[in-house]
Design a protein around this ligand. Structure first.
Ligand code: ZN
Length: 140
């Protein structure tokens, strides 16, 4: 068993692994499996298999950059549908543009959803939310 775990961690070196898009594909496949229990349509099985193949191909992929781009697109799409997110994807709002003029950017605190203004171009910074006192990291 230990040997297998070693082999597995060796195998995963330089490979992409799981991300939000893969998790979404996994849930989708799972949902289709459950639907398939009630509705006997052969195409559902095929779609499930294809989804799982895509998921495995993505997690074992060595083209990490490409996979990250896919994941980014998925997150942007998801944000469009749900209207949620940390505020660093999607189009700029009026407040975003106003902040950009002052050399700052609007961020949404992931804990309390308050809007924060942060300086642009500082790289990865630790932000302490003045409202809820929680800390989080963001690249600006
Ligand atoms: Zn906060």
């Amino acid at each position: 068993m230990n040997g297998f775990r070693n082999w597995m961690s060796q195998f995963m070196i330089g490979r992409y692994g799981m991300d939000q898009l893969n998790r979404f594909i996994m849930y989708l496949a799972l949902a289709l499996v459950i639907i398939g229990l009630f509705v006997h349509v052969r195409i559902l099985t095929w779609i499930t298999i294809v989804l799982l193949i895509i998921m495995y191909c993505r997690s074992f992929s060595r083209s990490i950059y490409k996979r990250q781009q896919e994941n980014m697109k998925y997150l942007q799409l998801k944000q469009k549908f749900t209207g949620k997110g940390s505020g660093n994807t999607g189009g700029p709002t009026r407040q975003d543009r106003k902040a950009a003029k002052q050399g700052k950017r609007l961020l949404i605190c992931p804990y309390c959803k308050e809007k924060l203004r942060v300086p642009v171009g500082a790289g990865k910074i630790k932000i302490r939310c003045p409202h809820c006192k929680q800390e989080f990291e963001e690249i600006v």
